[in-house]
Structures are given as C-alpha cells and as structure tokens.
Design a protein around this ligand. Structure first.
Ligand code: ADQ
Length: 461
C-alpha cells in the first residue's frame, strides 16, 4: 500500500490524547501505513516574507509531522481574510457576512503555492495525498503545476452551497476549476454532491462520464459523498473512564431536580446559537411547566475571535442569555447556564449522558459531530433525545432524531417539548436506530472508504 500524506490547515499531534475523532482516525491510519502529516504549525512570524515560511519536520513514531510557519501578512490574508472571511461564510450560505477583497485572494493563492512547494520536496512518486478542507482547495492544482503526478484526494468538511450562492464569490470559476486537479473529491452529504454536480454542469459544461465521474477542463474527477463519523467505541470507552463518570455524577447531583438540555458548539454564527436560545425562551413561555424544571447548559468554545462576525455573535448570545435569566430566573433556578469555554474531551461523554435532551440546531453545518457524540454517550436503557437541525449534514443519516427547522422558533420549541415528554420506549427505539447507524458509518469507515476509492481512482488528465 502507498504511503499516506495528509495535508490540513492545522495538524493534530497524534501523540496527544486530547485530539478529536478526526485526528485519532487519521493518526491511526497514518500510524498503520506510515506517513506524513503536513500543515501550518500555528506559528505566525511577525516580520516574515510573504510566500515564505520555515518548515519543521519531526517524527512521532512512524508518522512524520511537517509543520510550516506563516508570516503575519500571509496568515492574515489566507486564513482570516479569504478562508474565514469569504469561504466559510459563503459555504455556510451567509453572503451577508462575506468580505471580498482581492488582496485576500492573493494571500490564499500564495499560501497554497507555498504549501505546494514545501510539500513537493517531501513527496515520493507513489504517495497517496489526502488534502482536507476549504483552506486548501487549490493545493492540488498548484502541485500539478509543479509536476506532481500522484493520486490526490480532497475532502470538504463544510457544506457546498448551491450554484447561485457559490457564483457570488468573484473567483468562483477558478476555485471550482481547481477541484478538477484532484482524482477524488469527497463531500459530507448527497446534497453537497448534488450542488457540485449542478454547478459544474451549469458553469463548466461538465459531463458525467460513468458513476460519479465528472469531466471538464480536460480532466476527470470522481466526486462522492463520504459522511464523516466518530470513533464510537473510543468515545464510549472514554465515557467509562473516571473523569466522565465523575462529571456525570456531579452534574446529576447538582441538578438533581431538573431536566437538563445540552448544547456544545464552537462559538460560530453557523451553529445557530441565538436561534436556539430564543427557541428555549419560547419553550418556557409556551409550556410553563418547564419553568423551575428545565435548565439549558450551553457550552460554546472560543473560536476565530479576530474575525468581526465572531465578536458580534458572542455579544448577542451573552445578552440573550442574560435577558432570559433575568426574566425567568430566581434564587432557586436559572434557566440557562452559559459557559464560554471548551470542555475537556474526557468530560464530554459524562456531560452528554447527564442530559435528557441535546440541542444540535445549526443554521448550516457540514456534518456536526456533537450529534453523533451525544448518541454514543447515552445509557441505552434510558437514553436522551437528540433535537437536530435539518440543515446539519448529520440530518441526512440521523432521521430518527427530532428534526427541526432552527429558523422556526415555535416549531423548535414544540420539538424540545416533545423531546422532554417522550416516553421511554420511543426514546429507546429512536436511540437504538441512531446508534446502529453511527456505529456502521463511523470514522474508520469514513477513512477506509475514502482511501480505498482514492486508491482505485486514476486521473485521466
Ligand atoms: P466543527 O464546525 O468544528 O467542524 P463539529 O462537527 O461539531 O464542528 O465538531 C466539533 C468537535 O469539537 C466535536 O468533537 C465537539 O465535541 C468538539 N467541541 C465543540 N465545542 C466544544 C466545546 N465547547 N467544548 C469541548 N469540545 C467541543 C467541521 C465542520 C463540521 C464537521 C467537522 C468534521 O464544520 O460540520 O462535522 O468539521 O468534518
């Protein structure tokens, strides 16, 4: 089998236990095959030269970690400006939050060229290259321009919006054309794949040639949906360990007379946090029996705080939580416990298990792994209920959750009430179906099926 080279904006050190599901899965695959993990080191060099950066190579067992520094100007344009100021909002259907500046596009191209140049020096002819996410869409095209003939796959972790939204990006043709430099492009859902198919047929007069193969620009790319999963067994093992059990016990004890609802997210406008809080207020208004009995624990980890839209969402959320607690709370009960922080990963399963309902209600999400983690962490004999946005990629697979439209405050409040009232038998049935599905399509399935498809694909460029 070929050596695997994984490329992502940030890399997670496979030696560190705090790594999430994705890092574990890729780390394990890399350990098995031996391989390279290439990405930005996280270091920003204040007075560095644009398009240049030092590469630090170290060894973690059989895995080579290759970490590239970026200068401040490149980092600002590539990461904050283009990736998170254009691609992230537009791909999450938020044209209103996108800032198009040609300088940022230049930085994005420059960093992708820098990645390509540094990566080329490490490659062997038979390496299988797997590039991740929106930061690095043009990387294969840059590698090809430098003569790279390896098989290269790309996985988009975030949604791909419909053609009419994509077309609002001034450089959309260039961006989408870059996908044809890959042998395989993976999306989270069938809906994303359909958007890709519509786009390339309408804008690039691509033809379908065989199953899930698209031909345009003298090149053929295979495109398929590979919904990402979690490592269910590992997460359940974590749930049996001391820290998770302690978290479960203390949470249950502290809220012994309450029904708990949980939200765990990065603080990001795509996650629909204000909409969720408003739906919870509607629940308290419409179904007063929940006053004094239901408490929402909302944990939102700090994220991209140097991007304006993120500071705005933080202020909005704080003010909403404050006003609901002010209107409804009293000495014995506060409706919302809002925490602006990251929960230690080993505590998460205990927290999920202590809660009767999870609110996973993004306005748009590539997949959403919290939905899967919540299901994996439940007690099968007395499971909690998942309230899931129909706009999360996870909704394609998790039909037994209570699917909601997060823009519909009243409908979401009704679904939360339904979740809180659901009889044990129905909870068990829904949970068993969801658990079976996330077990079948776990993160190892995702990794294996993507890499097998990539191994078999050959570019006909
Ligand atoms: P994210 O947008 O980061 O990922 P998500 O899928 O929810 O979103 O994964 C987040 C991970 O971080 C989960 O493992 C979760 O437990 C953890 N996490 C989030 N908030 C936390 C907090 N406050 N404390 C502790 N842990 C927290 C992107 C896409 C998703 C896609 C993933 C994987 O946006 O749609 O599912 O990649 O492809």
């Amino acid at each position: 089998m070929s050596r695997l080279v994984v490329v992502s904006n940030r890399l997670a050190d496979p030696r560190k236990p705090a790594a999430g599901g994705l890092a574990v899965a890729l780390g394990e695959t890399l350990k098995r095959t031996g391989g390279v993990w290439f990405g930005w080191s996280g270091k920003v060099v204040e007075d560095g030269t644009p398009g240049e950066g030092a590469l630090h190579v170290s060894q973690a067992g059989s895995v080579t970690l290759a970490e590239l520094d970026l200068c401040a100007e490149d980092h600002d344009a590539y990461y904050r400006g283009y990736a998170n100021g254009v691609l992230w909002p537009v791909f999450h259907y938020r044209l209103d939050l996108a800032h198009f500046e040609s300088g940022h596009l230049g930085g994005y191209r420059r960093v992708n060229q820098l990645f390509a140049r540094k990566l080329m020096a490490l490659l062997k002819p038979d390496d299988l290259i797997w590039i991740h996410d929106y930061h690095l869409i043009p990387l294969a095209a840059e590698l090809r321009a430098m003569g790279c003939g390896n098989r290269i796959g790309f996985f988009l972790h975030i949604p791909l919006p419909p053609q009419q939204i994509l077309a609002a990006i001034p450089s959309h043709e260039w961006l989408m054309r870059a996908l044809f430099a890959y042998d395989l492009v993976g999306f989270q859902t069938e809906a994303d794949l359909l958007h890709f198919s519509h786009y390339v047929k309408a804008e690039a007069t691509a033809e379908t040639v065989g199953v899930s193969q698209f031909r345009a620009f003298n090149s053929t790319v295979q495109a398929k949906a590979f919904p990402i999963g979690i490592d269910v067994e590992d997460f359940q093992r974590l749930g049996c360990a001391r820290e998770a059990r302690e978290t479960f016990e203390t949470t249950r004890k502290e809220y012994s007379r309450r029904r708990l609802l949980i939200g765990v997210d990065r603080l990001d406008y795509s996650k629909g946090l204000p909409h969720r809080i408003r739906a919870f207020r509607e629940l308290l208004q419409q179904y007063p029996e929940n006053r004094h009995s239901a408490t929402l624990l909302q944990v939102a980890s700090p994220s991209r705080e140097d991007v304006d839209a993120y500071a705005d969402i933080q202020r909005e959320l704080e003010s909403l939580c404050g006003s609901i607690n002010g209107d409804y709370g009293d000495f014995e009960w506060m409706p919302i416990r809002y925490m602006h922080r990251t929960v230690a990963r080993k505590r998460l399963p205990g927290l999920y298990r202590a809660c009767a309902v999870a609110l996973v209600t993004p306005l748009r999400d590539g997949m959403n792994l919290v939905a899967k983690e919540f299901v994996a962490a439940q007690d099968e004999e007395d499971p909690g209920v998942l309230v899931l946005s129909r706009f999360a990629g996870a909704a394609e697979q998790m039909k037994e959750a209570l699917l909601v439209n997060p823009y519909d405050t009243h409908g979401t409040a009704q679904a939360i009430q339904h979740a809180l009232q659901m009889p044990l038998e129905e909870r068990k049935e829904r949970h068993a179906a969801l658990l079976a599905r996330i077990r079948e399509f776990d993160v190892h399935w995702w990794c294996r099926s993507f890499l097998q498809t990539l191994e078999q694909s050959r570019s006909e460029a």
